[in-house]
Design a protein around this ligand. Structure first.
Ligand code: SF4
Length: 471
């Protein structure tokens, strides 16, 4: 049976316009990143430093989370823990109910996508409005993000212009980017002031000071965290760093790796609700810390590196598979290389294990990753976990579930033949002699390739003819 993933891939490969949009966008992002790092030695130094900062934070994760909670609470920020996305949604709902809030305005947050928060709230009749321009566009079109930092990257200017005209027919049609941005800004501005609750993601949480750091380009993050009287931040438990001095190197490499900007337009450091005498800021700040499988990833010394991710999207921008199939093909919140290692670990290899195969293992992702996550090694490890016989020996969810009897039997036969020289020689000799009778249809492998042709004689025979002692 063809899997959902393969069906979507096939459909998206046929969308020439979307593919062209991805090519254009990814080309631009790769060039801009390259321009930001003219000094390769400095880049590698910064990558090593950033990796060390993240690895250090993860090595002390339980202690740092405790310290973070203590300091946030001291600063007046209310901390909530959620093991599952359901719990996280209920926590957000509970806060909204305390304030009789029937709407929420959102800054960009991939964790809220992970929670399915918009659908959850909408099912209860609560309006959840995205204020990041890219998120606003895809929300208008009832789509999911196709990239973690540029959610509407699969659309071009004309498609967006048509969408705006369809949704706001009273406003004259325009393809001018500035006018389209102004239009979104006008619609959102009133919403910021009217919304009783604002929601945002978090880039880094500083344990030492109890500070939430949030970077963004449009100012909508600042609006949704300051204009409404209540601010809820949602994030994964792994986003903690030890001290304030850890933030500048990470910020510097994050933005340059992500969009090729030297720094983002806005860097928000949220350390408390509004204090007496302050002119703006929310009266209440809440932080929801989501686990959703992260503790399980944390328990494996090899897979733990996944949690170093700072969500820059560079691995996605440089992935030759992503650029062809597009973000929606993955069917997950996080697409591309980071999605292919994170999603199967969160949901299980039985659910998203196929994504670990959606890679050529070319290594472009790990070459650009600012925190040096060894994505190809983790992909290989997950591929192994998917088919391993001793599934009980690993914590990875869904281990062994991808093991099929026919595949296991094929490899077992191969291993047996390869470790019995007489049998191997006879088998390979027979295969070369009767190569014309061998099947040329090898399933999925030959659906896009020509079946390999066997040589006239085996390697051993050739070496023997040359007088080489090959044993
Ligand atoms: S895996 Fe590395 S490159 Fe990819 S999003 Fe995370 S930090 Fe960025």
């Amino acid at each position: 049976m063809t899997s959902e993933f393969r069906i979507t891939v096939r459909e998206n490969l046929a969308k020439a316009e979307v593919r062209a949009n991805f090519y254009r966008a990814m080309d631009g992002l790769m060039t801009r990143r390259l321009d930001q790092f003219p000094d390769k030695v400095e880049l590698e130094r910064l990558r090593t430093q950033s990796m060390a900062i993240r690895a250090n934070a993860l090595s002390k994760l339980p202690e740092l989370l405790e310290q973070l909670e203590t300091n946030l609470t001291r600063n007046g920020i209310q901390v909530h823990w959620a093991e599952t996305t359901d719990q996280a949604n209920q926590i957000v709902l509970g806060i909204m109910q305390q304030h009789n809030a029937q709407s929420i305005i959102k800054g960009k947050s991939m964790v809220s996508e992970e929670m399915g928060l918009n659908h959850f709230l909408e099912a209860l009749g609560i309006e959840a409005l995205e204020s990041d321009l890219g998120e606003f566009i895809i929300q208008l079109d009832h789509e999911a993000p196709s990239h973690i930092i540029m959610p509407a990257i699969h659309k071009n200017r004309v498609q967006i212009a048509k969408l705006f005209h369809e949704k706001f027919p009273d406003i004259p049609y325009t393809e001018d980017v500035d006018e389209l941005t102004q239009l979104a800004r006008r619609i959102l501005r009133d919403k910021f002031y009217a919304a009783p609750v604002g929601l945002s993601g978090v880039n880094f949480m500083v344990a030492e000071t109890g500070t939430l750091c949030l970077v963004e380009n449009e100012g909508n993050g600042r609006m949704s965290t300051t204009a409404p009287p209540v601010h809820i931040a949602v994030t994964g438990i792994e986003k903690v760093v030890e001290s304030l001095s850890d933030v500048p190197p990470l910020l510097s490499i994050l933005t340059r790796s992500a969009t090729g900007q030297p720094i983002t337009t806005y860097v928000n450091m949220i350390s408390s609700p509004r204090k007496p005498g302050e002119k703006d800021g929310p009266e209440e700040v809440h932080l929801v810390l989501l686990d959703n499988g992260r503790s399980n990833i944390y328990s494996d010394p090899e897979l733990l590196a996944t949690l170093r991710c700072i969500r820059c999207g560079a691995c996605i921008n440089h992935c030759p598979v992503y650029v062809r199939i597009g973000g929606h093909s993955y069917g997950t919140v996080y697409p591309g290389p980071i999605g292919s290692i994170l999603e199967p670990q969160k949901a299980g290899l039985d659910v998203h294990g196929e994504l670990t195969q959606a890679s050529t293992l070319c290594g472009a992702c790990s070459e650009v990753c600012p925190v040096r996550i060894p994505i190809p090694s983790i992909l290989n490890r997950l591929r192994y976990d998917g088919v391993r016989k001793d599934a009980a020996n690993t914590h990875t969810v869904g281990s062994g579930k991808r093991r099929t009897l026919s595949e296991a039997a094929t490899w077992k036969t191969w291993a047996w033949a390869a470790t019995h020289p007489a049998l191997y020689h006879t088998g390979s000799k027979l295969a070369t002699r009767f190569k014309g009778m061998l099947p040329t249809n090898l399933g999925a492998w030959t659906s896009v390739r020509t079946a390999p042709k066997l040589a006239e004689s085996t390697l051993h025979e050739r070496l023997k003819a040359l007088g080489v002692d090959h044993e």
